[in-house]
Design a protein around this ligand. Structure first.
Ligand code: FPP
Length: 241
């Protein structure tokens, strides 16, 4: 894989917005006799290689599932590791992302998230707010259903305050209340599992789903490019005949 070159594709065949489910860290670690946390650590390099590959090929927005609203069910040790790890990765990678022109955005609920994770995410959002090369949505304590519920609650409150006319709620209007308003073009999940797992439920309505049989720590930019090649060969009809 590492020797493959970037495919040259017409601009209209490159997905604007890619969602990645970074799955398979635990299995990668287990197969090496390592603790699960070693798999997450190895996943950091994969994510940033994918970010670089996304920029090279012309993707404009990448949404990465770093911690789900369901991940609190994991062992307290793993949850604690993932909290600290998210905070440290964002802190450690901030200058690199800024230099690459990446705009970092956080999607998710504050809820039980560590204060230090929230403050690193907010610092990253602030520092990179004007960057235009690629938007990286870090989905931390994110769940698709909770995002839709939160949007509905906020919209209901705006209706009550007469800021919004309920007769005039369009899909576009509702989308504005979500953390991530833009549609997903390509939904990529690693590890061979074929599930959405409550990721970006509203936004995947017309996404092309591509499942790669590679564990996340082994994913590289070439894996993204291969998925984009598969995507470019799909016929997207959006309900048309
Ligand atoms: C899923 O693999 C992975 C996660 C729940 C955590 C995602 C974190 C990373 C990919 C590391 C990079 C993170 C940041 C913050 C940049 P799994 O643990 O469910 O693996 P398994 O399905 O093999 O058990």
């Amino acid at each position: 894989m590492s020797n493959s070159v970037m495919p040259i594709l017409p601009a209209n065949r490159i997905p604007k917005h890619v969602a990645v489910v970074m799955d398979g860290n635990g299995r990668w670690a287990k197969s090496r006799g390592l603790p699960r946390t070693a798999g997450h650590e190895a996943g950091e390099h994969a994510l940033f290689d994918v970010v670089e590959g996304a920029i090279q090929i012309g993707v404009k927005e990448l949404s990465a599932f770093a911690f789900s609203t369901e991940n609190w069910k994991r062992s307290p040790e793993e949850v604690k590791f993932l909290m600290g790890f998210n905070r440290d990765v964002i802190r450690r990678r901030l200058d690199q992302m800024h230099d690459m022109g990446v705009r970092v955005k956080w999607a998710g609920r504050p809820g039980k998230l560590w204060g230090s994770v929230i403050s690193e995410l907010e610092r990253a959002e602030e520092k990179t707010a004007k960057n235009k090369v690629l938007t990286l949505n870090m989905c931390v304590n994110y769940g698709g259903r909770s995002e839709i519920i939160d949007a509905a609650v906020e919209l209901a409150s705006d209706i009550k305050k007469k800021r919004v006319n309920p007769e005039k709620i369009s899909e576009k209007k509702f989308g504005e209340y979500l953390n991530i308003p833009s549609d997903i073009d390509l939904f990529l999940r690693s590890s061979g599992e074929e599930r959405i797992s409550n990721f970006l439920l509203w936004q995947v309505a017309y996404a092309e789903l591509v499942f790669m049989d590679v564990l996340w720590p082994d994913v590289r930019r070439e894996t993204l490019w291969k998925a984009i090649e598969i995507y470019s060969q799909r016929e997207r009809r959006f309900g048309n005949a």
